[in-house]
Design a protein around this ligand. Structure first.
Ligand code: XMP
Length: 531
């Protein structure tokens, strides 16, 4: 991991800080919950950023956050190589809240003793609050909390005051008597700690003194003026995919620079039913953008001809996409910028922020290469936002709910759901079946509850009987999953009646299908997509 070069890094002024002049930072010690903590703080309308755990106290003083949260983490504080923070940060006068591992670090740095004999605790616990003040102001005397730790604090010096305990954890919450340093052993950010939001609110508002001023509508205004200043009189190109991120980027840019925006939609023939029509309608009638639709179905089918191997399909689709996009972009004379829907989790996970955590190894599928290939300057107006914030921003900008809440769709589209060889006929069958799956889930009121639901065309013929005739047709698999992060997922427990309706509609209405199955595999070991 490279050291941050504090001398060279300039202060990043995001629209969030420009507006509020205040922020909370989370130092990430490898917790699976670091992003969740940041989102919970933002729910309090306070801007929150995730930073690397070894950021120097000097750099933190420069950034001047109103509060510092030390995340949990998988390590034990006494392990060799365990991630540490700069102990100087406890003496900056900025309030610190250590969560789990973060609490143990604070204690270790300031005179507590951490017990690393096995005291693992994982699951719900009742936490008794000694004094309902500071962090616990307004909370009842006993709260349900979620514990997930290997070590715990076994004793603390007189400088610390215990604030809460559970039956197995004598120091479930502590505070330093002189410094504004707090520690909690449990996880306030997870839903299994139902009053955790109030605890974080107390820290952010009462202890750190933040005002709840960070609003998405103000963020939009600030971003719009930033874009205007950055772009000047020049032209921006934005690729539209039908997904929420690119649509919100385009809507935001349209508000900022109107006629200087050109959008490109590549119709690769691999989109969902009516997707193209919906996007075209939205970006020509509602947002009257200069929209270039590239009809490239034949080009994509040609490159996929005879190809069954999934990664080869992805590679060919990626190349065809770049070719088509480039061809169209080069026709737009004065184009200078390329807008992209990069989100905050991408920024954090790619290690792109010099103050942010190191890159995490994550399997991602995206084709990439577009900006470098084209040589445009990048604009990424969503790089400070989480996905749920992007959706809310989309609604604020006037995009329809149907677009903003659309389930994710892979870049290679229906090609990776049409198993084996991709043909025009198979794509048509799949598109119809998929539209039935989605519309039935919507009609049952389950679209928001499920994370991703779709149909897959299996290249297997099986025997059936329709009327008096024997059929020998394709099978469709229905896939519906529930997930928070798409890294793991469980299959949705859809009601039998709903599955029955989907099955009978698909078999009756989609020519070429005589059998429907429901995929009951979780991820891992299966993946969400079939290819
Ligand atoms: P898997 O199938 O890996 O999918 O469990 C996880 C999430 O990623 C999406 N996905 C893709 N997205 N290009 C994309 O842009 C791809 O090649 C691709 N493959 C899978 C998938 O739809 C799910 O949301």
């Amino acid at each position: 991991m490279s050291e941050p070069n504090t001398a060279e890094v300039t202060l990043t002024e995001t629209p969030g800080e420009v507006l509020t002049g205040q922020r909370i930072v989370v130092l990430d010690f490898g917790s699976q919950y670091a992003q969740l903590i940041a989102r919970r703080v933002r729910e309090q309308k306070v801007y929150c950023q995730i930073l690397r755990h070894d950021i120097t106290a000097e750099r933190l003083a420069e950034l001047a956050p109103k509060g510092i949260i030390l995340s949990g983490g998988p390590a034990s504080v006494y392990e060799t190589g365990a991630p540490r923070c700069d102990p100087g940060l406890f003496r900056l006068g900025i309030p610190v809240l250590g969560i789990c591992y973060g609490m143990q670090l604070s204690c270790d740095a300031l005179g507590g003793k951490v017990d690393n004999t096995p005291s693992r605790e994982y699951g719900p616990a009742k936490c008794v609050i000694n004094k309902p003040e500071s962090l616990f102001e307004g909370l009842p005397g006993e709260i349900d909390v979620w514990m997930s730790h290997g070590d715990q604090i076994s004793s603390v010096s007189d400088e610390f005051e215990p604030l809460a305990h559970t039956s197995s954890c004598p120091f479930a919450a502590i505070r330093h008597r002189e410094l504004p340093v707090f520690g909690i052993q449990f996880h306030p950010e997870v839903t299994h700690t139902p009053l955790g939001g109030m605890l974080l609110e107390n820290f952010v508002r009462k202890v750190c003194g933040c005002e709840p001023t960070w609003e998405l509508s103000d963020f939009a205004e600030a971003t719009i003026s930033n874009i205007r200043a950055q772009v000047g009189q020049r032209r921006v190109i934005c690729g539209l995919s039908g997904g929420v991120d690119s649509s919100v980027v385009a809507a935001l840019l349209y508000r900022a620079i109107g006629p200087q925006l050109s959008c490109i939609l590549i119709d690769n023939g691999l989109l969902r039913k009516d997707e193209q029509t919906m996007v075209i309608r939205e970006f020509t009638e509602h947002f009257k953008t200069d929209l270039h639709v590239v009809h490239a179905e034949d080009r994509f089918l040609e490159t996929l001809d005879g190809i069954s191997e999934p990664q080869e399909k992805r590679r060919r689709i990626g190349h065809a996409f770049i070719d088509c996009f480039k061809g169209e972009a080069l026709k737009i004379d004065d184009a200078h910028f390329l807008a992209q829907g990069t989100l905050y989790p991408d920024v954090i996970e790619s290690g792109a922020d010099p103050d942010g955590p190191a890159a995490t190894i994550k399997l991602h599928h995206n084709v990439g290469g577009l900006p470098e290939e084209l040589g445009f300057e990048l604009i990424e107006p969503l790089r400070d936002l989480f996905k749920d914030e992007v959706r809310r921003l989309g609604i604020e900008l006037g995009l329809p709910e149907s677009l903003v809440w659309r389930h994710p769709f892979p870049g290679p589209g229906l090609a990776v759901r049409c198993l084996g060889e991709v043909t025009r006929e198979n794509l048509d069958v799949l598109r119809e079946a998929d539209a039935i799956v989605v519309s039935e889930i919507q009609a049952a009121g389950l679209y928001r509850e499920t994370s991703q639901a779709f149909a897959v065309l299996l290249p297997v013929q099986s025997v059936g009987v329709m009327g008096d005739a024997r059929t020998y047709d394709n099978a469709i698999a229905i896939r519906s999953v529930n997930t928070n992060d798409f890294m793991t997922a469980d299959w949705s427990r859809l009601p039998y009646e709903l599955l029955a309706r989907m099955s009978s509609r698909i078999i009756n209405e989609v020519k070429g299908v005589n059998r429907v199955c429901y995929d009951i595999s979780s991820k891992p070991p299966a993946t969400i997509e079939w290819e």
